[in-house]
Design a protein around this ligand. Sequence first.
Ligand code: GLA
Length: 457
Amino acid sequence: MATHPPKLQVVMTSNERLQNLKKTFQKMYGEPPQFYACAPGRVNLIGEHIDYCGYAVLPMAIEQNILAAVSVNDSQTIQLANANPKYKDFTVSSKDIRINQDNPQWHYYFLCGVKGVQDHLGLSPLAGMRCVVDGIVPPSSGLSSSSALVCCAGLLTMEANHESLSKVALAEICAKCERYIGTEGGGMDQSISFLAEGGTAKLIEFHPLRASDVRLPEGAVFVISNSCVEMNKAATSHFNIRVVECRIATKMLAKARGLEGNNLLKLAEVQTQLDTSLEEMLGLVEEVLHPEPYSRDEICKVLGITSEQLCEGLLSANTQHVTHFKLFQRARHVYGEAARVLQFKSVCDSAPAGAVQLLGDLMNQSHASCRDLYECSCSELDQLVDICLNSGAVGSRLTGAGWGGCAVSMVPSEKVEPFLQRVREQYYMPDSRRTALEKQSLFVSKPGGGAAIFLEQ
Ligand code: GLA
């Protein structure tokens, strides 16, 4: 139940990864961990770049997660280490947690989670903690490794301070606090990390946040393949430019319909106010917006605002330099993609004959819209998606923020082995760097469970 806190579980000592983490912890701090927390990454099956516009998305948790071992003390410091030596140790006073937006290193994501829970509960002083983190979600690959780290840190901070929060509250806190790093994401990644349940994908709806089961059709599996192009959404402004374009498009549509007084910020809010269908919203976009990019001057003129008001009220810190905004294309993607999510859910619910093909078609339309209207793909991802479709997938699309990272493909169960072999041959083997990464880059994924705290037996 989403309203309950994540359950404290007892796990067996035979788990090899846990044992290794325990050993590392003991070696590093000279004491055993007191408890563990984990939070999964996710793959989004459909509904890209629409959560921050207020629309429902359809992800599932993956088995790969962030696992942390923790001990609590009254030192008022947080000592942080990573099982992977690539990521440097870090110590910070729990009274002075700062997050540097210009330099999104791994420990800042952890601190986002700590600070989010601290701020929400007004915790002062905050318990001192020693932590070792072991992450197996491939980083910068669109599988939400950073949000999983934020969620894991938020959850263990709650436990270390003997507090209790529901999964929904934790998801909302972690969605909000990840913005300390500067990226204006929606709440999808954190919501599925907390609300996931093994064996089922989820429709995640916002305002209020809620998750419902989506039964995936039998006879097909989802395969994740990494393009091996790394994309760190906090290190570039691509992501926030899209968020800002959607915000400005919202203002333009609201203005055209006399809703400018309502302070709308999300494309979904325009639809709610007009009480109309997504199809009619697509018509409104065609009627009100033009395909040519909008200059700052034109936006200010139409909205009747000054350049300062645009910079302060609508742009983010890292989009102040942008001169042109594609409003028509972005809004068309958002309303179209929101409709595809609902269609996907309804095909899963009614499971008609040919359901797998229908879902595959929706995934393909989603990729085309991400590529052409939202421009969040890249040539390697497009090539990978084409290879997946030519290798037996019924549907294939980029997943996550895009501009690199992974594709997700829906493959009929009986075709999985030849599919994997062909993708291996055509995408990974011709390139030595990709070949080296292939083992963790190409895999079948089943819906995994959500974040949890546990003790060792
Ligand atoms: C990132 C964000 C999510 C969502 C996706 C794109 O993962 O964190 O909130 O916007 O990109 O769908």
